[in-house]
Structures are given as structure tokens and as C-alpha cells.
Design a protein. Structure first.
Length: 372
């Protein structure tokens, strides 16, 4: 049976997620604001969860309808075939959001949706009490301009939680954003790839995983593999297929940081991701490295702060890095920052700028790739 699935993603990367899906031969791919749709059966759902690098999760779309009142919301939800997906003992919590809709209270909407699903399941199973002690079937709803869409989350923990990253002392770059940046650079494992402000190593690790075809979800669990409606073995088959395509070749990826703690964290994260032997990790001051004779890709997320002193220190780094890389004519440069004055600080206009979001923080990916 074929279903429609939705892949929510960070704003600005919808086209990249759509490209991923098309390249992997998924059907019915269509990009919308903040998400990409595709169609397929549960084996395709499993494959998407395992292989997608830039998407945040995979939602199974159950239905959509107009709802201006709680009665319309209740009846719209109750009319949907929940018993096809939710078993007698499954847990089915509800979460969601409302945007520019008459039904704006999220807690009230959660209660109404929960009640409607219970009423549907009571009739389907002939019972009035649901213990909800089994596998989780997370219901997600979105209300936008009075249109309600309800889905089931097949993923569980978000797809950016690959499983390799240890807790860092400061917030680090989301894995899906790092993967999107690598995809934008068209890095394929050939030539040098350099991150001189590696932090937790996310960018370099995602580059190594992509170059060696290591699927980000090949070694983690997903909620839907415990659902009674999902054929046994489809997630295992997707993992096995992905793992059989992996390579573990030595790559010319250099990750460095001035912080010894960051270097050790990167090394451990790379080991957990299975790419430590594919890359070179060392402690180094980015502002004391030589860039002029280097070829390949420099991609980094240098420090940018919130407090005034932090901002001034970050801007001093941008100025110095810009001077050091000015003569590196064969080194393509991709710098992610939230500082809108970056080009002026770096000393030259970028060839292209891509607006991206690091969580809720609006950033720009400044790209320098045209040779003079």
C-alpha cells in the first residue's frame, strides 16, 4: 500500500532534501516551505529514515481538513482511519502547533484530537480503555490558516540525532545543517576538505560520512519499526542495504581547533561515527595556518557570539581569516555566520550567499568558489 510522507526540514534546505529523495529514486517528490513530500510504502519510509542526511524526520500523513471550531476538529480527526496504524496497546501522545488559525490554543487542540482518536479506536476495537503501554505512535498536528493536517511520526528521535555526537559544553551545529552545507559544496571525497574551527567536528564528520556513503540512520532505531502495521524486517533490510554500500577510504579531511577539549571531542565523535581513520584531527590555531597554497574546500562555522565582547572577538577572527585566505585562489571557501556584516569584515564580497537556519538562529552561508 502506498502512502504520502512528509519530511520537515530546516528553512532553506528544502531543495536539498528534494534532491536527496530524487537521487535515491523516491516517487512523488515535491518541495514545499519547510518540508518535502514523497510517496511510497513502508519499505520506502524505512529507507528514507535510514539514508536522509538533511531532513529532520519522516511523517506519515494521515489526513487534512478545514477546522475553524473544536467540533470540526473533533469530527475531522475522528473520521480518519487511525485503527489501521495504532494498535490496541500503542501509546499515542499528541503534539503540534497552530499558526494564524482560529483554533490557536495548542493544549486545547491536543485534548480534542486525543479524544477524537480514542473515540475512533473505541469503536474499532470494542473497548473503552487504552493502557498505552506499547510502542509509541506519536501523533503530530499542524493548524495553519484553519487547515489542520495530522500525521504519525515514524522517526522518533529527530534524524539529526545520528548517535555519534557526545554532549558539548556549548551548542554545536546541527548535523542536518552541516550535511546540507557539505551538499551545497558538492564535496565528493576528492581533494582537500578543511575545517579550522571544528568545534565538535560536525562538519568534517558529515563530510566524511557523505564521501564514504555512510548512511546517517544505519545504526539507530526508529519508532515505526515497532508498529504492528509495518511489515517486519523493512527497517533491518534498509539498514543492511545501506551498510553494504559503505566505504571506509582514507580522505584528505583536516579538522582542527585551538581548543584541546574540542579536538578530543571531535576525535571521539569521529570514532563513534566510524570515520576517525578517514580524517586527520589535530590541535591548531586557525589564524596561524597557511592557506595560500591549499586546494580544495574550506568549510567552517567560526565563533560568533551574542555578548558584545564575543561579537567583537568574532569579527576580529573574520578580518584575520579573510586576510589569510585572500591569496588562496584554488581554495573554495564556505563560511557560516549570523553576522550580516561578514563580507565587509572578510574583505571581499562572496560569490553567493545562502540563507540558512542554525536552529532558530538565522545565518548566512557565504560562498567563495569562483577563481579570479
Amino acid at each position: 500500500m502506498s502512502f504520502q510522507f512528509s519530511v520537515p526540514c530546516l528553512m532553506g534546505v528544502e531543495g536539498l532534501v528534494a534532491d536527496e529523495l530524487r537521487f535515491q529514486h523516491f516517487e512523488g517528490v515535491a518541495a514545499e516551505n519547510g518540508r518535502v513530500l514523497f510517496s511510497g510504502d513502508f519499505s520506502e519510509c524505512a529507507r528514507a529514515n535510514v539514508v536522509l542526511r538533511c531532513g529532520e524526520r519522516v511523517l506519515l500523513r494521515i489526513g487534512a481538513f478545514h477546522a475553524e471550531t473544536f467540533d470540526q476538529l473533533f469530527e475531522g480527526v475522528r473520521a480518519l482511519p487511525w485503527e489501521q496504524f495504532i494498535g490496541k496497546d500503542n501509546a499515542f501522545p499528541v503534539k503540534g502547533h497552530s499558526l494564524q488559525s482560529r483554533l490557536f490554543s495548542v493544549p486545547d487542540c491536543q485534548k480534542i484530537i486525543k479524544k477524537a482518536v480514542v473515540r475512533r479506536l473505541e469503536k474499532a476495537y470494542g473497548q473503552t480503555w487504552f493502557e498505552e503501554s506499547g510502542a509509541r505512535c506519536q501523533i503530530q498536528f499542524s493548524l495553519s490558516h484553519d487547515l489542520c493536517e495530522v500525521s504519525l511520526d515514524t522517526t522518533g528521535a529527530a534524524l539529526y540525532k545520528r548517535g555519534y555526537k557526545l554532549e558539548a559544553p556549548e551548542a554545536t551545529l546541527r548535523e542536518t545543517l552541516a550535511a546540507a552545507m557539505v551538499k551545497l559544496s558538492r564535496y565528493r571525497g576528492r581533494g582537500e576538505f578543511l575545517d579550522p574551527f571544528c568545534g565538535a567536528g560536525t562538519i568534517a564528520i558529515e563530510a566524511a560520512m557523505a564521501a564514504n556513503h555512510i548512511a546517517p540512520g544505519a545504526r539507530r532505531a526508529f519508532d515505526a519499526e515497532q508498529w504492528h502495521c509495518v511489515p517486519k524486517g523493512v527497517f533491518s533490510a534498509a539498514r543492511e542495504q545501506a551498510i553494504s554500500s559503505e566505504k571506509h577510504e582514507k580522505l584528505c579531511i583536516h579538522a582542527s581547533d585551538i581548543s584541546a577539549q574540542a579536538v578530543e571531542l571531535t576525535r571521539e565523535n569521529a570514532r563513534r561515527a566510524g570515520v576517525e581513520q578517514c580524517m586527520q584531527i589535530e590541535r591548531a590555531d586557525a589564524l596561524k595556518l597557511s592557506y595560500e597554497q591549499r586546494e580544495g574546500i574550506l568549510m567552517t562555522n567560526p565563533p560568533y557570539g551574542v555578548r558584545l565582547l564575543d561579537v567583537e572577538q568574532a569579527r576580529a577572527i573574520y578580518r584575520q581569516l579573510g586576510k589569510l585566505t585572500r591569496g588562496a585562489q584554488k581554495l573554495k571557501q564556505y563560511i557560516l555566520t549570523s553576522d550580516e556584516s561578514f563580507e565587509q569584515l572578510y574583505g571581499r564580497p562572496c560569490d553567493k550567499k545562502r540563507k540558512l537556519y542554525n536552529g532558530m538562529l538565522k545565518c548566512g552561508l557565504y560562498m567563495y568558489f569562483k577563481q579570479p
